[in-house]
Design a protein around this ligand. Structure first.
Ligand SMILES: [Zn+2]
Length: 247
């Protein structure tokens, strides 16, 4: 049995019930919000499927320009969630201005610390800035770096901060050599697996909308990197996710 540590079930085209049914090997999953509305949808899903869905609440860096408008709503929702996320910085696509991304990110990291909840972090072309924010807020032990794409050097630095590293489809991509080199330096007890549904389908489904049933393909890629069995990867990453999100 697997835990899909990052699955936007509320953003998928198919009904959540259909995708859950198609994923009998997924014990439970974490559904992160990207703004107030999708965070509320995640909370509703978690209420409907308490055994299989855990909600995270947060404002995604792409949506950071909404922070001043949605801040109070998100703080309210966050009190009822298991985790804060998806938050972070995306200096690759820059869909929100960088200063607003930084403000929303640091505010929400502090919120996670205040509420004593883990934070799920999106990091794209902003390793230095995210590292500094986590270090200065002292939140490293409660952070999950989601869809990790850093190389071995940054991976070691984030591990030193205390972060958990969650791997998604890219670790299985033909072009995923850097991510696999990173995975090789992550001790299994610090790793998780995720689909990031509906994005980043692993091969042989690349380009199609992703779904939780494919988390095993991510786990298989990790098993190859670590030279261990798929069963071990499922068991260890599931225990890690439980420790962080369902203590
Ligand atoms: Zn995501």
């Amino acid at each position: 049995m697997w835990v899909d540590s990052h699955c936007h079930l509320q953003l998928a085209d198919h009904e959540p019930s259909v995708l859950l049914e198609r994923a009998p090997d997924v014990d439970w999953l974490v559904a992160p919000g990207i703004d107030a509305a999708s965070s509320s949808a995640a909370l509703q899903l978690a209420a409907r499927y308490p055994d299989r869905i855990t909600a995270a609440v947060g404002l995604h860096p792409h949506e950071a320009d909404k922070w001043s408008v949605e801040r109070n709503l998100i703080i309210e929702e966050a009190r009822r969630s298991a985790a804060i996320g998806e938050i972070g910085l995306d200096f690759y696509r820059n869909l929100s201005p960088r200063d607003q991304q930084l403000a929303a990110f640091t505010d929400q990291l502090e919120m996670a610390a205040d509420l004593d909840k883990p934070a799920v972090v999106h990091c794209r072309d902003a390793f230095r800035e995210i590292f500094d924010a986590i270090e200065s807020t002292g939140t490293g032990e409660r952070v999950v770096m989601h869809c990790w794409t850093g190389g071995p050097r940054w991976t070691r630095r984030f591990l030193d901060l205390g972060a958990m590293i969650s791997f998604a489809g890219p670790v299985a991509f033909e072009t995923g050599e850097t991510v696999r080199q990173a995975a090789a330096v992550v001790p299994p007890e610090r790793a998780m697996v995720e689909t990031d549904t509906p994005y980043l389908s692993p091969p042989p489904f690349r380009g199609e909308p992703n779904e939780p049933a494919r988390v095993a393909l991510v786990g298989k890629a990790l098993a190859r990197v670590w030279g261990t069995t798929v069963g071990d990867v499922a068991r260890i990453t599931s225990a890690n996710a439980r420790r962080v999100f369902r203590p």
